[in-house]
Design a protein around this ligand. Sequence first.
Ligand SMILES: Cc1ncc(COP(=O)(O)O)c(C=O)c1O
Length: 370
Amino acid sequence: MVGRQPGILNDALGAVGNTPLIRLNKIPQQFGIQCNVLVKCEYFNAGGSVKDRIAARMLDEAEQQGLVTPGKTVIIEPTSGNTGVGLALACAVKGYRCIIVLPEKMSAEKVATLKALGAEVIRTPTEAAWDDPRSNIMTARRLAEETENAYILDQYNNPNNPLAHRVTAQEIIDDVTAVSANQGPLTPASSPRHHVTNLNSSSGKVDVLVAGVGTGGTVSGIATRLREDDHNPDLFVLGVDPIGSTLAVPASLNELENGESGAYKIEGIGYDFDPKSLDKQQVSAWIKTRDEESFDYARQLIRMEGLLCGGSSGAALAGAMRFLKEGGEGYDAFGSQQGKNVVIILPDSLRNYITKPWLIEGTKEEQHIA
Ligand SMILES: Cc1ncc(COP(=O)(O)O)c(C=O)c1O
């Protein structure tokens, strides 16, 4: 992304992608972290999250293969909400009926957005394991069998989920390499959005990628592209998984301590099964996060850096800070090294959580969780 092309977009789907990469200026510095910590702000996508990319791509590919037809096919998808919003947006633009099946835990704000986009919404019990007939995945499958002309794009198994993030990765590469090539001062003619004038130094590549993991499409797709020979085969990838989820490796990381219930409030990350869209080979190390620290870091991103992100962004930052600060596993190789570039994915925005206690009441919610 060396610069946004001027021009008029065909429709809202044209505003998916080309999200900004922004340097953090305060939070890592509090910990004495020396490297550049950059956040990829996926909440700037048309529907408000990283999942707009996969929704648009999965639907495009299915259309090209003749699997779905506007005005005829009913798109059904089990999701934690953001893929649903991305699909509902694409369905609104293209003219599909859309049914989204999501667990009760997911926010009322996501449901309101889905309904405003014209999607039908079905809620399922949060506690149902993925293979329980009451789960959102199983309910969506049953519904698809019962509904004429129904089609599930299936983000958990669809190769276009990780593939969509080759583009995300390319945008990051373009921005990081543009920064190392251009460290001059802003001029009136230069676009402020694409210039960082005072990076002390830059390795010219992404050294560490940090992402919260749900379907795994984001982390797997971005890491695969960044690791190619023309960028950085030595990329370090940190996967962030909430306590209570079983995605992390080794499995011992997922064991609960005495008295821990395994329930977590952060939305969009963590599962009780391994989705095909997650390529665990791409993840160098995993870190487990708690709700309280994740919400605390999300609030810091908002209040200190002006980044209007959601809870899973806070989880990713929590993982990154623990890894990079002194005493963390990544301090010697990255956190203490000027010029190393760490990219953290911020998947969605506070729009999805505007009435959530963690956002509006802050510390009260932390006491409640504890
Ligand atoms: C808020 C949020 N964060 C993180 C993720 C994880 O992304 P992925 O499914 O690509 O692993 C999701 C996925 O739905 C999400 O909604």
